[in-house]
Design a protein around this ligand. Structure first.
Ligand code: IVH
Length: 704
């Protein structure tokens, strides 16, 4: 059962072009010619769609086609022809309508009805046993069944079906809200546009799954990018994420993304009692689930599954990083509940990291965007879990000392969780005496400015700031990157050239580039230059969160940037905000607040923002708070909520559209009372405000 074979052949380009995934089939009605549709045609079209859906299901979900590719093509061809003649009969769920939406400027934010939590990890058998004991303890000795699934290393998505029709698809985002990538998910062949009528169809259902790219497809995508001089994706997961977050669905359609569905969120109009039932329902409804999933009677059966797949997972042509174990019964899941971050009823067992031995050819100091200098080991190329590794991070100076890594050493390297490779240890027994120790340089290898390491800090920094070309380049790369301004096609190589030629010095200069200037760069022809300019132009329409992230403020990652955007709603308000105001944003602490304040205290940074705005960058403020299920409801907290930090509780309220206030008044809707409450609880009682305990609060915000 190798789903890849099917996907690879059915994703042949010719077919992609034929069945509407590329090129965008948009029938146009002949002006004036209104034709009555014969009933016969109407029925034939419906019959063709039913048949094509059925064959897609056999092919993508069951991996067991019933008809030849030619016969399938003939059905699609006939449907296409009829739809061209009778465009009024084209429906959005027709199998010809996978690509249709034009490129968009940015993704809208959508809220998940049931949050998409993450999972706690286990790395050893003992940790799994301990988890099983906690589960059984929590259920006071009830019999517990588990379901084991492979943990696919891709991008989590949420598909919403209403009345059986796919109405929305979104990324996981921060777990509460993600990005609306419906147009892109519609191009994924194994995502059904409508659920199969053979299964009971709920009026509403959230389906959770992982979108991924096979290793073979990942390599093909990278080969193509290399040919075009674009930066390469580091691994299949990044390539899948990048493909899903394409602004032009036709680009997504050209990447053979696949999906495995592994759960349901909010459901209406369908009763499911166990996870195993949910998996079976999904399969019947035409949603692709992983064939290896197994229902286990006890922990011993779970351990056998883990043991089997620890060895077998490398046979698959896509990355998996572990096994997810879930309590089968939904009642039991409910009873166990969740901690603030993850459910108690599931755990992810992580496969051991893969390691390989190679030799350190050199150690170089790499200067990042904030000036941080990181020692990087340049390695003799070696394959680790299917990817060629040529360098590994050594993190910082102390780490080099601690591991005693020297130039010429043989070392063990590993890729853990498919991230940046690292040096695990040195094989000291293979030393010849010719190895050379490494020292942090005193001056920046790029700009010559002093490198300083403040006492008590692990990180050494180049003091060159905006005059260090390495920092400038890294800042530009960060600014243009996918999660920031997402300037498609403008990657490290192009930016390096622009810098070398003096075309840009900071991000705002990108918006002043002319076609003649871009044409002077290597490999640039008229069309590619125009594509670059178009991508830069498109990036002007962005979200405030992306812009804040793109500025590259130290300690401000994408989710912190989003939190700041949500709180301040406007870049100038953020620039003016006091240290205290920034610190009080949920998810932001004093270190981040200090860093943000320092950043905007510098004139050149405020100038950069002003120039970006003047150049036409239009950061859209986030969706106004107050549109979720708790829209307009005011909450006040008092006392501590066992296991949930106050900030997190406040964030849950905001994520559901509510407002948090510091004091109780007649306008307060709910007062959440934890242990050791203050006078607010008393006041709430007096005013007759509704009081919630921890459990009622979690129920209300949908976290149980
Ligand atoms: S269950 C509360 N099942 O792993 C249940 N997740 O760390 C949470 N993932 O965000 C998810 N395969 O991206 C689940 N079979 C599977 C999965 C899976 C991959 C990913 C998913 C999720 C992350 C959780």
């Amino acid at each position: 059962m190798e789903p890849l074979r099917a996907a690879a052949s059915r994703f042949a380009l010719a077919r992609a072009a034929r069945d509407g995934r590329v090129g965008g089939f948009r029938p146009k009605r002949n002006k004036g010619a209104i034709m009555a549709v014969p009933e016969k045609v109407r029925r034939r079209i419906e019959e063709l769609r039913r048949q094509i859906d059925h064959h897609n299901y056999r092919y993508y979900v069951l991996d067991d086609p019933e008809i030849s590719d030619e016969a399938y093509d003939a059905l699609v061809g006939e449907l296409r022809e009829l739809e061209a003649r009778y465009p009024e009969l084209v429906t959005p769920d027709s199998p010809t309508q996978r690509v249709g939406a034009p490129p968009s400027a940015a993704f809208a934010e959508v809220r998940h009805r049931v949050p998409m939590l993450s999972l706690a990890n286990a790395f050893t058998e003992d940790e799994l046993r301990a988890w099983d004991r906690r589960v059984r303890g929590g259920l006071r000795g009830q019999r517990v069944e588990y379901v084991c699934e492979l943990k696919i290393d891709g991008v989590a998505v949420n598909l919403v079906y209403e009345g059986g029709q796919l109405v929305r698809g979104a990324t996981r985002g921060d777990g509460f809200r993600g990005e609306d990538v419906t147009a892109n998910l519609r191009t994924v062949r194994s995502v059904p546009l409508r659920l199969r009528a053979e299964a009971p169809i709920p009026s509403f259902v959230e389906v959770r799954g992982e979108v991924y790219l096979s290793r073979q497809a990942f390599e093909a995508v990278n080969r193509e990018r290399e040919r075009q001089g674009l930066s390469l994706f580091a691994n299949p997961r990044n390539a899948a994420a990048g493909s899903l977050r394409q602004l032009d669905p036709a680009v997504t359609a050209s990447r053979p993304l696949q999906i495995f569905c592994y759960g349901v969120g909010h459901v209406e109009g369908l009763r499911l009692d166990t996870h195993w039932e949910a998996l079976r329902w999904m399969r019947e409804a035409g949603l692709r689930t992983h064939p290896a999933s197994r229902l286990c009677d006890d922990l011993e059966a779970v351990l056998a599954f883990v043991e089997e797949w620890t060895h077998r997972h490398r046979e698959l042509d896509y990355d998996t990083d572990g096994v997810v174990v879930k309590v089968n019964s939904f009642d039991q899941q409910h009873e166990l509940g969740a901690t603030a971050a993850s459910p108690r009823w599931a755990i992810a067992y992580k496969f051991p990291a893969q390691q390989a031995v190679t030799r350190v050819k050199d150690i170089v100091a790499y200067v990042g965007r904030t000036g941080a200098v990181t020692p990087v080991a340049i390695l003799e190329p070696v394959r680790v879990s299917g990817v060629t590794v040529q360098h590994a991070t050594l993190h910082n100076e102390d780490e080099v000392r601690r591991k005693d890594v020297r130039i010429g050493d043989f070392v063990v390297v590993q890729r853990a969780g498919e991230v940046i490779p690292e040096v695990v240890r040195v094989l000291a027994e293979r030393r010849t005496g010719a190895e050379r120790a490494w020292q942090m340089p005193k001056v920046c290898p790029v700009c010559g400015s002093p490198i300083v390491r403040p006492p008590g800090q692990a990180v050494a920094r180049c003091t060159g700031g905006a005059s260090c070309p390495a920092q400038v380049l890294e800042r530009l790369i960060h600014f243009a990157s996918r999660d920031a301004m997402n300037i498609e096609g403008v990657g490290p190589k192009l930016l390096q050239q622009m810098l070398d030629r003096g075309l840009v010095r900071d991000p705002a200069d990108l918006y002043r580039l002319t076609k003649d200037q871009v044409l002077t760069l290597e490999r640039m022809a008229d069309r590619s230059a125009q594509n670059v300019l178009d991508a830069i132009e498109r990036s002007k329409q962005t979200t405030l969160g992306r812009l804040v992230y793109a500025l590259g403020i130290r300690h401000v990652g994408a989710s912190t940037a989003q939190a700041l955007a949500r709180q301040f709603g406007d870049i100038r308000r953020l620039m003016r905000a006091s240290f205290e105001e920034i610190r009080d944003v949920p998810g932001v602490g004093p270190v981040v607040a200090r860093s943000v304040r320092d950043f905007f205290d510098r004139r050149e940074n405020r100038g950069l923002v002003e120039r970006l705005l003047r150049a036409g960058v239009r950061p859209e403020s986030p969706e106004a708070v107050g549109t979720g299920p708790l829209a307009g409801k005011t909450f006040v907290f008092t006392g501590t909520l066992d296991g949930i930090p106050r900030r997190q509780a406040e964030e849950m309220v905001r994520a559901a559209g509510g407002v948090v206030s510091g004091s109780v008044s007649a306008k307060t809707d709910y007062v959440v009372v934890g242990t050791d409450p203050g006078s607010k609880a008393e006041r709430a009682r007096k005013l007759g405000v509704r009081i919630l305990d921890r459990r009622a609060f979690l129920d209300l915000v949908g976290r149980r």
